[in-house]
Ligand binder design. Sequence first.
Ligand SMILES: Nc1ncnc2c1ncn2[C@@H]1O[C@H](COP(=O)(O)OP(=O)(O)OP(=O)(O)O)[C@@H](O)[C@H]1O
Length: 321
Amino acid sequence: MLRISAFQIEKSYSTVKAVNGISFDVQSGQIFALLGPNGAGKSSLIRMLVGLTRPDAGQIRIEYKGEELSTLPQRCYGYLPEDRGLYQDRTVRQNLTYIGKLRGMTTAEISTALIHWCTRLDLLEKMDDNLTKLSKGNQQKVQLISCVMHAPDLLILDEPFSGLDPVNQEHVLSILTELKQSGTTVILSAHQMALIERLADQMLLLNKGQLVAQGSLTEVSRQLDPQQWFEVCFEQQLPAEALAHLTAVAEAKAIDGHKFQLTLKPDVSVSQLLQQLSAVAELADFSRIQPSLHQLYLTAVQQHNQQQPVSQPKDAEGVAA
Ligand SMILES: Nc1ncnc2c1ncn2[C@@H]1O[C@H](COP(=O)(O)OP(=O)(O)OP(=O)(O)O)[C@@H](O)[C@H]1O
């Protein structure tokens, strides 16, 4: 069993508040995604989780196999740092053998893991190539193997999809899904919303170090898109204003003669809406419009940026004008 809880974490670098009062809880076997634009604070949070830096304020609590720990034990996790760190003048095999030994693996375990993961990630023929000969994407795959080869209980991956083509992104997605099914906990940061939508159990959206939304995909969608939109299609053609008089409808847009998009008034249930719609004409189709995480993310970050106070220009003595 593993549980990582962060309470009110803060981290500044000189004048930049990189992480500002962030709390979250990662449970065993979950895939937990840190999302946010460049500079949002994702890597800063990750570096604190792996103990590379310390929070200025707040607390990170780790419960592992019934024990409360202040840092994660080396063998229990695999970490993919933002700045990838492999020996460029060594082969794939040499790099991974070295890392396997650091992780306390035996020669036989290393050899089995190398064959397994290099086969899985299509690197078998490149095992004796120096890293300099490998493409950026293949180097990324080697780096990923270095994190998973000792079968850790926890993976902490800073942008594991970056530099990978869509086929390899799918590959990594299915590997992470399988690892989760076998009980591995995964904390990752990413910019690929379409992948995160399919992968993450829990997510935390940051902007400028601050929390924007947090929870499962459904919870985050509700937080970011509280005004739910529905699409209704009627069997017959109707005038554009056909739904305007309905007491359940807050706003309606005609898409074509048959199709409309609408939002509910507060405290009106979907079944009340359906009752009113079916009194208008025979329904052909009705569904909730689910905006993509990508769309929700873009809107949320844009709104959050607009809510931020504009910094005042300062005069020569540093006093805001
Ligand atoms: N070592 C450091 N020294 C000074 N400032 C830093 C340092 N590390 C991060 N920062 C600043 O902290 C803020 C958060 O950076 P961080 O790397 O955590 O963001 P991120 O969300 O991981 O971004 P990206 O998606 O670009 O990797 C940024 O403004 C960044 O410039």
